[in-house]
Design a binder for this molecule. Structure first.
Ligand code: FES
Length: 190
């Protein structure tokens, strides 16, 4: 969980003429994702993920557009997006921001995974990729992160690789998963 404060009163919002939530995206979301939920706001997390998959991150303008689309307040969208570390609220690679590889490996570092030696998983990734947590490989293929609880404590240690949760990990398993991911296109870079 990331606690992010923002200077709401003076914050400068970069805007562009064209929407991030394009007409084609609205149509697709309205057809495929929104109907799965009893109320529109229920679709917020998958909509955030869809928009992030498309653009690689979630600009503030996109959050406002998502709010209008789901008929909720922009602050509610911000609150949700800033709660989950999986969402990128700064443009990857921009000044002061992390770069983002094609595949993001996110090892859970919260208590259950810590007890089950998540460090061995992170260390295996470090050793294999030659990068530290918060870094991206030179070829842009992988970014390594550690996140708070991924909600699968009973199968600790766990990690996300892209959108997929991998459970009961061992160093050997995660190394094999990295080899497998290296052959696939990822969701990260744009
Ligand atoms: S502590 Fe790792 S999934 Fe909950």
């Amino acid at each position: 969980m990331a606690w992010i404060t923002k200077p709401s009163g003076s914050m400068k919002i970069n805007r562009r003429g064209e929407p991030y939530l394009t007409a084609a995206m609205r149509e697709e979301l309205a057809r495929t994702i929104v109907p799965r939920y009893e109320v529109k706001r229920g679709a917020l997390l998958p909509v955030l993920r869809h928009v992030q998959d498309h653009w690689g991150w979630l600009p503030w303008q996109a959050l406002e557009e998502i709010a209008a689309f789901l008929e909720i307040k922009p602050a509610e969208v911000w609150d949700t997006a800033s709660f989950y570390e999986e969402f990128w609220l700064e443009q990857p690679g921009a000044q002061g921001a992390l770069t983002k590889g094609e595949h993001v490996i996110a090892v859970c570092r919260s208590i259950a995974c810590e007890v089950c030696d998540h460090k061995k998983i992170t260390d295996a990734c470090r050793g294999k990729l030659g990068i530290d947590v918060g870094e991206t490989t030179e070829d842009g293929k992988f970014t390594l992160m550690e996140l708070e609880c991924l909600g699968s404590c009973d199968t600790a240690p766990v990690a996300l690789i892209g959108h997929h949760l991998h459970e009961k990990l061992t160093p050997e398993k995660v190394l094999a998963l990295i080899d497998e991911a290296a052959k696939q296109p990822g969701h990260g870079q744009h």
